[in-house]
Design a protein around this ligand. Structure first.
Ligand SMILES: [Zn+2]
Length: 215
């Protein structure tokens, strides 16, 4: 079944049917250094580059992709969306990163869910870019997911210092691509990137599957 519209897939189709693939609300941000996702982090955390694969709209059929990925353990959707994203990044500056790392879940949440949806996307991207993936070098020390309904301001304050890095030597001199499923305020990614930036000569870029535009 198509992950967006639910129609039966043809043999050559993967995850999305052809019409959903053609109508996918892609951002076209990857080559634009001043795109809205990159701008979100200006003055907050110094990133090399930031981008998102698609827009996330409240009433969109594509919303189902993220829901299936997050709550129904649809591994194939995550990996395949990551591969699609990776194919777009391949011809851009993002192909120059050294390794891919997903934004980690808190260990308790990961145990409950059984997987990290962002890690699936990260695996798809790493696969296409032919870059190594690390999933355990960054650790989430606080579980903030229950606070997602708080205001933009509240979330920002709550995520400071929620990540720490294991074996920082492994990231020394590296350009790390942080991968997450959704970006709204950028607070979680900001905190995650900040946890890396104390490491010697580390650079950080960000790739997010879906960008939620808030006005
Ligand atoms: Zn479809």
């Amino acid at each position: 079944m198509c992950a967006a519209c639910g129609n039966v897939l043809m043999r050559h189709e993967r995850v999305l049917c052809l019409s959903c693939l053609l109508e996918l609300p892609g951002t076209g941000f990857h080559d634009d250094a001043e795109n809205p996702v990159a701008r979100m982090f200006w003055g907050r955390v110094p990133l090399e580059q930031a981008t998102a694969f698609m827009y996330f709209y409240r009433d969109s059929r594509y919303r189902k992709i993220l829901h299936e990925l997050k709550y129904h353990g649809q591994y194939r959707i995550g990996i395949e969306m990551g591969r699609m994203f990776g194919r777009e990044l391949k011809s851009t500056e993002f192909s120059r990163i050294d390794l891919v790392h997903p934004v980690p879940l808190h260990p308790r949440r990961q145990r409950q869910r059984g997987y990290n949806q962002s890690a699936l996307i990260a695996r798809g991207i790493a696969d296409v870019l032919k870059k190594p993936i690390e999933e355990k070098l960054i650790r989430r020390t606080q579980d903030t997911a229950s606070q997602t309904r708080k205001s933009r301001y509240g979330r920002w304050e709550n995520v400071e210092g929620i990540f720490s890095v294991n074996v920082p030597e492994k990231l020394k001199d590296k350009h790390v691509l942080l991968v997450d499923d959704v970006v709204t305020t950028g607070a979680t990614l900001e905190a995650c990137a900040s946890s890396l930036l104390g490491i010697e000569n580390v650079r950080v870029s960000v790739a997010v599957l879906a960008y939620v535009k808030i006005d």
